[in-house]
Design a protein around this ligand. Sequence first.
Ligand code: NDP
Length: 494
Amino acid sequence: MEDQYITNTPIPNGHFYHGECHLSKKDECIEVVCPSTGEVYAQMPIASKETVDNIVLASYNAQRDSDWATRAPRERAKVLYRWATLIEQNQAYLARLEAIGSSRPMHEVLAWDIPYIIDTARFFAELADKHGGYIGATQSDRLGMVIREPYGVVGAITPWNFPLSMAMWKAAPALSAGNAIVIKPSELTPFSTVYLAKLAFDAGLPKDIFNVVLGSGRETGAALCEHPQVGKVTFTGSTQTGASIMSACAMTGPKPVTLELGGKSPQIVFADTKDLERTAHCVAKAITGNAGQVCVSGSRLIIDKSIEASFIECLKRYFKQLSPGVTWESETTLSPIISRQQATRIQSIVDQSIKEGADCLCGGEIINGLGGAYFAPTLLKIHDEKNIALEQEIFGPVLTIQTFDTEHEAWSLAQHDVYGLAAGIHSANLDRVMRGIRKLEVGSVWINRYGRSFDHIMPTGGYKRSGIGKDIGIEAFEANLRSKSVLLEFDEAY
Ligand code: NDP
């Protein structure tokens, strides 16, 4: 049944350039595994430096020679709108590709990821003619204009946790601003991005304005970031890889980078929270959605001691209802972990955390016998602030629990030495909430809810080592433009 599902889905397993999907004969191929079953379902080329060079140069020439950057912004917007419509029309196939190749359950892709990327494309289409620089207050015999221009080619490296959404985060603002883009998706989840680029081409994007190069991070990704014709790099992934990308961009540019990196985000629950059961569901969802493989996962519960016991019971009830399974079954509510290697990494952090004194209240282990790698939703009660589970991004359905007696203690536990991506505050006391918003050193704060929404106007990105720059929002659009100062002198006398 599962095999049939996969074999009936054609896989676009080649680089996308010149308006087509190509399997480069020169590149070596690797096997790509379906996370749900743990079985190989496709081959994928690993682009050599030479292939990256050809694909980037094609984009560079297209951006310079086609009318993409110079055509009326509203005409560019129309292409993005058509792209959104084509995504809508092809959603059944796109959702299959995403579900087979990633940890995203098909029903969630259809209900969330696809409507989300359609809206993202439309949001950035709307911004195409909503910028233009400014006039400077210069001396009176001259006119000073600061004009905004695209970079040329934007290089994007996307992760495996939300392949379609991450590709759209990078592509839509870059394209709307008049750039070309070359994306290297994760080698674990490459194919839905290839199809996204094909749909953009079908929507009327000139050839090579949106190319996709497949390959490994270390070889292909690095070659893309280092390419001299790439004007800007945007990346989502781990803090460690972000640092090496930034360093490559410094050495080969310098070129600007946008980095959306790791997190260790707290969910702070006060005793005055309005509805304990509802809050517990919110907290549980924020750590089990996509099996915790989310940069903004709410991975640290910080809770008032007086409600800890009843809250934990609610969380356990929620966890028990979750059903692991292949992403294309409608009953699946717990995603697979992207790879066996990632599952083993989660296991080793949980084991070490327990060794360091944490109490495992539920879960704590890989679920065997399902083919793919699944991890049981886990609660770790932490007694020591130096515990590994508090320090490292786990990227699995593992929630640490710490308690507080006073508000002061809550804010101090919530601050993280390294990360500052997001935080959730659950409280009915507005004064307390406002104090928290001011105190927390994070890029996003959610009050009595957790997670991003369809409000694309709200930028996302981290403080500290969780990144620099923003995705989505007007800031993401602005980040795809550089500014040129123009001084025009004229004779005041006549
Ligand atoms: P990485 O950050 O290494 O991978 C993310 C992307 O970067 C992938 O496309 C990868 O390609 C690419 N990449 C890797 N090395 C380089 C490089 N030197 N130059 C350019 N691109 C590169 O994450 P991992 O997949 O190794 O996961 C490890 C941990 O990272 C996770 O456990 C999690 O903690 C964190 N992570 C965080 C994400 C987030 O959304 N903030 C997303 C993914 C992971 P390829 O996969 O082909 O090697």
